[in-house]
Design a protein around this ligand. Sequence first.
Ligand code: PLP
Length: 425
Amino acid sequence: MERARELLPGGVSSPVRSFRAVGGTPPFFSRGQGPHLFDLDGNRYLDMVLAYGPLILGHRHPEVVRALTEQLERGTAFGGPTEAEVELASEIRRRMPSVEMLRLVNSGTEATMSAVRLARAATGRELLLKFEGCYHGHSDALLAQAGSGLATLSLPGSPGVPRGTVADTLVLPYNRPEAVEAAFRQAGERIAAVVVEPVPGNMGVVLPGDGFLQLLRQLTSRHGSLLIFDEVITGFRLGAGGAQALLGVTPDLTCLGKVIGGGLPVGAFGGRRDLMSQLAPEGPVYQAGTLSGNPLAVAAGLATLRALSADGVYPGLERLGAELERGLTAAAAERGLPLQVNRVGSMLTFYLAETPVRDLPGSRASDHRGFSLLHRALLSRGVFWPPSGYESAFLSSSHREEDLELLLEAFGAGLGELAESRGRA
Ligand SMILES: *Cc1c(COP(=O)(O)O)cnc(C)c1O
C-alpha cells in the first residue's frame, strides 16, 4: 500500500477502494473464484462487493472464462463491426424491449454522459433534472449537488467542475413528489430530461416510494421531456428486464453497464429508435469510442446474459437475498440494536438507524462510525463487505447458504463489538 500510495492517488484507481470511509488498509487481491476473493497474503474472503456490481455470476464463471479464452484466440480489438455486438444488442433488446436500439460504450459514466447529450439534442432543451444521492458517473454535468435554493441553483459536486456546466442541472431530493411537481411547474418546458436510478444504489440501497417513478413518467410525458433510467447497477441484476420491468415503468432511454460487461469495462445506452437514430453516423449527435464494443468485453457480457437466463437464477438470488435480509435483521433484533435493511433482489444495504432510510439525508443520518466498526469486524472474519455505508452489497449466483451462515456469524460477532463500544461511549 505504501508503494501504491507513492504512485497512485490514495493507492487506488477509484476512490472507494482506498478504505478512507472505514479506515485501515485494503487487502490487495490476487485472485477470485466463485464467491471468494484471495489476497496477496493468501487470506480468503467471501466477496459481497463483486466488483461493485458486475460479477453477478461470481468470479471466473466457467462460461465467461470460456467465452473470453475463445475470444483471446481470435483477437482483442478489430476497429470494425463484429457479429457479437449485434448478438449482444439483440439479447439486451429481447430482455428489455424499451431498448429498441443501443450504443455500446466503455463505462457507465460514458453511457449516462452520452444519454444526457442525446436527450438535450433531441428535445432542443438544456435543463437536466437529477436527484440527490443518485450517482450517474463522474461526467461534469452530472457531478452536481443541491444548491441552497431548491430548484434554483446547483453547485459543482467537485472542484474542477465549472459552475456553468452544472448551471443547467437541477438537483432535487429523492422520493419527494412535491419537489418534482414544483420543478415542472416552474420550468417544465425547459426540462430536457429527468435522469434517475430507478432503485438507487449509490447512497446505499433506497427504494422508490409508491408512485414516485410513475409520477416521473407522467410529468416527463406531459411536458415533452425524456425519462432516462440509469440502470447501470439494476440492469440485469434485478431480473432479466431490469428495474423497469420489475417496477412497470418504461423510460425513453436506459443506461447500462456493470453486469452487461461480465467483469470487463463496458457500458451501453439505448432506447426509442427515433431518439437513438439521432446519434452519429445516422444523425448529428456525436458520440464515439476507440474500444467501444470491444470483442473481449462483448464476449464476457454475452456469456453473462446467457448464463443469467438459465432457469432459477433470479429466483435463487431473491431467495438468498431474502435470507440475508432476515438474518441481518434477526441478528440486530437479538441484540436490541436498531437496524434498517433496504433490499431489492440481490442488492442490499444495512443502516444503523432507528427509522427507515428513504433518501440521502436518511442515509447520512445513520451511524457511519458504527458501520466502520462492523466493516472491520466482518473483514477480520473473512467477509469483504463494501467499505462504505453509501454502497450496496451484492450477491452472486455462486453464493451458497453456507456462505451466508459464515457472514451472519461474523455479523453477529461484529454487532457484539458494536454494542460493547456503545456501552463504553
Ligand atoms: C457505477 C455506476 C455508474 C458509473 O459507471 P462506471 O462504469 O463506474 O463509469 C453510473 N450509474 C450508476 C447507477 C452506477 O452505479
